[in-house]
Design a binder for this molecule. Structure first.
Ligand SMILES: [Zn+2]
Length: 109
């Protein structure tokens, strides 16, 4: 996954060619990652990068993710990929809050 930087180097964001390269290389994970980025679901809080999946949100930090795939099955999940692409391409959504504070608040339904 270290070649994301190379993949994006000299590109104007995520153009069609880069998208194809990402999907070719990472398959379904690449597709999910791009969808999340397009939907603005990779958020950069003051303390953590958070990727919002369909049912839950995960903290991604230093090559670590809080999802089950990563924690229990040791897999490099698509959240890691999404965070890495979004941060490298400057496409994460900045949120001027501490995610830690949000975790302590009761869920807003
Ligand atoms: Zn994950």
């Amino acid at each position: 996954m270290n070649d994301i930087r190379d993949l994006l180097k000299g590109r104007n964001g995520l153009d069609a060619e880069v998208r194809k390269a990402i999907e070719d290389r990472f398959g379904r994970k690449g597709k999910y990652a791009l969808e999340a980025i397009d939907a603005g679901r990779v958020k950069k809080y003051l303390d953590f990068v958070v990727v919002e999946g369909k049912t839950s949100s995960y903290i991604v930090e230093d090559g670590f993710c809080t999802c089950g795939d990563f924690l229990y099955r040791g897999r490099a999940c698509w959240h890691l990929l999404a965070a890495q692409i979004a941060l490298t391409a400057g496409l994460s959504v900045p949120v001027d809050r501490w995610y830690q504070d949000m975790l302590l608040e009761p869920a807003q339904e």
